[in-house]
Design a protein around this ligand. Structure first.
Ligand code: FES
Length: 363
């Protein structure tokens, strides 16, 4: 008698069917949970996410895989059987680990470089999480995504089945970690289950881990928008020092600097730009240099938390306004020890941030 897996693998396009079941399963569960009724989502959000999902699934991915296949067959035909001599588990783990490694670094680079940030920005404009949020990126972001090209290469080299299985597992983890369902929450609430999630979150990306990445700012002690970059496995964040395990969820999602970008600009940038002059997707947008040689005196209130701007681009100096996205700079959180007027650094060269240490005298 055929096993379930044998039956499944004999079905044409079984991986696509399973991914659709996962996507609509999470969508249905979110709807049943009532999330559609108290949603902040606007019409443009739905349009962008659905268009992006369709373009990615029916256009970008198949075209890249076909392009790699055609070029590979012409340029290095001998590589088409490169993986055929290896066992399925070996090909599968090689493919999936490399895929996740490439995506970690692409995602991290998108947060740290100005142009790629503009292609990824739409993903972080979402003010609530949801099963479709993982598809919010500019079209060019996906075209340049190295792991889609990697998929093309593995398929060409004879690893199509490993790719199909990897795709299903990956989508399950990614859609689950973006969903508002927070499937991991009960594990944190029940002491008997907590040890299980503490092990699991060190292997796969959980909603708590990824929601922190979408949180607006580190002021809530949970969000980590400049870290938690992983997609499937938290291994890379742990290895490269960007992991924060909080076991809670942000109070607020989205960007500090909010703009009104039509979905066409968010998806087709740089071919379509935003009419909002405050947006980094506007055609005249320039990164501000708001550093000053002199320090700034500001009134602080005892016990209040503040975010000091480390990048020198904020329009609210010496405090952060979110303009550091697209750079490697990270704002510095501090709590005022007393209510007083204090001299904060605004040359950004201080060794004792956020306070002025007269470093500007050496500039
Ligand atoms: S604006 Fe946030 S660190 Fe400068």
């Amino acid at each position: 008698m055929k096993t379930f897996l044998q039956t499944l693998s004999s079905v044409e396009q079984w991986d696509v069917i399973l991914v659709l079941i996962i996507l609509f399963g999470f969508g249905l569960a979110e709807s049943v949970a009532g999330f559609l009724y108290n949603s902040k989502r606007k019409k443009g959000d739905w349009i962008q996410e659905i268009v992006s999902f369709l373009f990615l699934s029916l256009g970008i991915k198949p075209l890249i895989v076909a392009a790699v296949y055609i070029v590979g067959s012409a340029v290095m035909p001998q590589a088409s059987s490169l993986l055929s001599g290896f066992s399925f588990p070996a090909v599968f783990f090689f493919y999936i680990l490399m895929d996740d490694f490439l995506q970690y670094w692409y995602h991290r680079t998108a947060h740290e470089t100005p142009f790629l940030w503009k292609l990824h920005r739409a993903h972080h404009q979402a003010e609530e999480m949801g099963y479709f949020v993982s598809y919010r990126n500019a079209m060019l972001y996906y075209i340049l995504m190295p792991n889609i090209w990697w998929v093309g290469f593995v398929v060409f080299a004879g690893g199509a089945k490993a790719v199909a299985l990897g795709l299903v597992i990956k989508q399950f983890i990614i859609i689950g970690s973006h969903s508002r369902l927070k499937w991991d929450k009960p594990f944190y609430q029940h002491p008997l289950l907590t040890p299980i999630i503490k092990v699991l979150e060190r292997i796969i990306i959980t909603p708590s881990f990824h929601h922190a990445h979408h949180g607006t700012s580190i002021l809530d002690n949970t969000s980590n928008p400049n870290g938690n970059y992983g997609n499937m496995f938290s291994l890379w964040d742990q290895l490269f020092g960007s992991a924060h395990f909080r076991q809670s969820y942000p109070q607020e999602y989205g960007l500090m600097h909010k703009t009104e970008d039509p979905w066409t600009a968010a998806y087709f940038y740089p071919f379509v730009t935003s009419p909002d002059a405050q947006s980094s997707l506007h055609k005249t947008h320039k990164v501000l240099d708001t550093k000053t040689k002199e320090a700034l005196w500001v009134e602080l209130t005892k016990g209040q938390d503040y975010l000091w701007c480390a990048c020198g681009h904020s329009s609210k100096q010496p405090f952060c306004d979110g303009s550091h996205h697209g750079t490697k700079a990270v704002p510095v959180k501090f709590t005022a020890k007393r209510t007083a007027k204090v001299k904060l650094c605004n040359c950004k060269a201080t060794q004792g941030s956020p306070f002025c240490d007269d470093s500007h005298l050496k500039l």
